[in-house]
Write a protein of this length. Sequence first.
Length: 203
Amino acid sequence: MTKASGGRTGTKGVPPPQSPAKAAGPATKYSPSPKKEKEGKKADIKKIVIVSNPDATPFGWAFHGFYDAKEFLKSLSNRNGKTTHFGDEVYRPFSNLTTKWVPTSVFNNLIWVIRIDKELDGSDNCFPLLNIKAHAAYGNKIARGIIQENVFGVNEVVAIKATLTETEATDLEEHISPVYNDVRDAIFHEAIKVMDSDVEDLI
């Protein structure tokens, strides 16, 4: 068989596979990731979970797959009194919200969590826990802002509700608590501590 002229070929006369073209241009702060072939399938849907405690009181909100929206989610729990604008939505500053990245938990892994701190309830600028509709409304408002700002498309995001079990609630509280961070850090430093000098001298 004669090789075709005018280009490189593989060992059997077949052109070598070409690398896919890369998207050009710098990414903007809150722009979505490049579209994928699987986009829109169940595994790729981003979830805003309106999370309740076992007694049905509001716990906060959990965000699955929201890597591109990290800065926005963190801005929602600012304590400096600044209002956040996203899309056409305006988000008031609430002093009792805490945003935390949770790599692993009983409830779910690789999630951002915004927790409502009940210990601060009643102080100035707190999230309105007494209005039972506000919890779900805030999750929906976040979804609207995310879509309006084109972080994700309308077919890529769902807002759902979930009630934690006692075990899930306790576990999430521990992951968000500053005490948990101190314990985790202590365990890490213990694991990498300096060994006996006769061992250290060998390395």
